[in-house]
Design a protein around this ligand. Sequence first.
Ligand code: NAI
Length: 396
Amino acid sequence: MIIEPRMRGFICLTSHPDGCEQNVKNQIKYVQSKGAIDGPKKVLVIGASTGFGLASRITSAFGSDAATIGVFFEKPPTEGKTASPGWYNSAAFEKQAHQAGLYAKSINGDAFSNEIKNQTLALIKADLGQVDLIIYSLASPVRQHPTTGVLHRSTLKPIGGAFSNKTVDFHTGKVSEVSIEPATEEDIANTIQVMGGEDWAMWIDQLKAANLLAPGAQTVAYSYIGPSVTEAVYRKGTIGRAKDHLEATAFEITDSLKDIDGKAYVSVNKALVTQASSAIPVIPLYISLLYKIMKAEGLHEGCIEQIQRLFQARLYSGNAVPTDDKGRIRIDDWEMRDDVQAKVAELWKQAETENLGELGDLAGYKNDFLNLFGFAFEGVDYDAETNEVVKIESIA
Ligand code: NAI
């Protein structure tokens, strides 16, 4: 079929297999261009199909020849109906990894469930013996708790009072004021259940109990801080509470791994266009202004540049892993530079519908958004017939 983007709100209903493959190939090429990393050898990536998790899987495999198991929750294709992009990304990743002689298998299902955890543990046991790096990169709006069965929904709300600020509809470029009502205590608790650290700790506990963690194994989860303009809806909002919980969990996991000399880290990453971040009010406007500044300063990075730098310059540099005073790895350092933030704050005051095309990098935002679904890549013939029913070579 010929596949075109079909937008609905913050999502695109279609995705392009050839474009997703191009995206994966571009990321592989980037990692290879930066040279070998003396990194992990057997890696489990939870949330491996898009965004930071996909970049982590690619960096592990093509930066340090690692065997990878990827867990994700994606929609497979059917005749006449495209898959979700993470499906096509994973198909392309496995194809490239297998061609390069690397072990790569994937598990599609709910990572919060006992069933998928057990399946993953069995696969590690059978094929890899142990893993030496576990990346935890889930971004989900819901979690069914594996013990209580309760379905928790996360929210993106301020805490303590309503919040109003500018936002942009990145499809139309219209800047408007958005007002969000404050969270209830229940909203906060639910968001912590979904995006906090409990599930991460469950994974690591179960891996350890089954003796599937190599001596010195490391685990990394991703967090975000960001500027004062997004603070009310992000870091000081419900999702921020969940990130606080995730960050606190890193210390608990490190404690639990003492006897195998293991370590848990949270890495604070840069704001990037992903399916998860496009849905957060205010963030797309911030990102479009940030991109303008960071690109002008030669500081811009996407997911793959961020994760390649995380591995090469932080986790596997050969030196002690540098952290901030809260024990977090910071690869949002360029985003948070005072000069960058001062310029973004200045643009923020001026940004409106009429001038955003000039002040911000709206075109870059839109392009990145299309890229998430495999559209707008150079080298892909979007007018050509393509086969939407793509298989992932080793999927369970
Ligand atoms: P994403 O939406 O691109 O990727 C989410 C991944 O989780 C996908 O692989 C998806 O299949 C998987 N997933 C979702 N629900 C699942 C489930 N129930 N079972 C199994 N897999 C499931 O998200 P993104 O942006 O890469 O986020 C990953 C992490 O990075 C999150 O913790 C996010 O908060 C964090 N982060 C994101 C930033 C951003 O600007 N996008 C900035 C800093 C941190």
